[in-house]
Design a protein around this ligand. Structure first.
Ligand SMILES: [Zn+2]
Length: 194
């Protein structure tokens, strides 16, 4: 189910549109330090883990802004990129989830096709189990889940909750839910994952 979304170019077109909305909101709020006007200062990104078509829809940049007055950088939330990882967030989540719940043979085969190195997957798993669960975001956010989410199974357990809430696309919901983590101030806990 989630694998289908994560490989579908249309899904990335939608994610780009959501990131566009986040960017417009951020720009309209001006600089948080001095209220100055924000100018576009995008980061170049090479989204890994996608087909050429999906990559074209996803875009190869991260929205970001620079204040015209004090030069402070403001980077909006994103549903496409989680921290400075080279893989897109959707692939990181789906691969981590499949590993977490030891998915079906077909799901495992699809994972192999993505060609994510084992060391990277292990790093992502560690991030979910140590860094993610120690963020203030999770400390506050976990209360929304009743009964509590099994963190050992994250992000599979989180995807299951969004699916159980009859969300039409649990992966999209999870990416949206995680997006506050992608703001620059929250990125100190999101390490480079290669
Ligand atoms: Zn400023």
């Amino acid at each position: 189910m989630c694998h289908t979304s994560a490989r579908n170019p249309d899904f990335y077109r939608l994610l780009l549109r959501i990131d566009q909305d986040f960017a417009e909101q951020t720009r309209s709020q001006h600089c948080r330090r001095c209220r100055g006007v924000l100018h576009s200062a995008r980061y170049r990104r090479k989204p890994r883990g996608l087909t050429r078509q999906a990559r074209a829809e996803c875009g190869d940049f991260r929205y970001s802004f620079c204040c015209a007055e004090c030069r402070r950088r403001t980077t909006p939330f994103s549903v496409r990129f989680l921290g400075r990882r080279v893989y897109v967030a959707a692939i990181m989540v789906v691969v981590s989830a499949t590993r977490a719940c030891a998915g079906t043979a077909a799901a495992m085969h699809q994972l192999d096709e993505l060609g994510v190195p084992r060391a990277t997957i292990a790093q992502w798993r560690r991030w979910w189990q140590t860094d993610f669960v120690s963020t203030p975001f999770w400390t506050l956010g976990r209360a929304a889940f009743v009964p509590p989410v099994e963190t050992v199974q994250a992000p599979a357990s989180l995807l299951e909750r969004f699916a159980a809430a009859l969300q039409p696309d649990p992966l999209l919901c999870l990416l949206r839910w995680l997006s506050p983590l992608t703001r620059s101030s929250a990125m100190s806990t999101v390490h480079e994952g290669r």
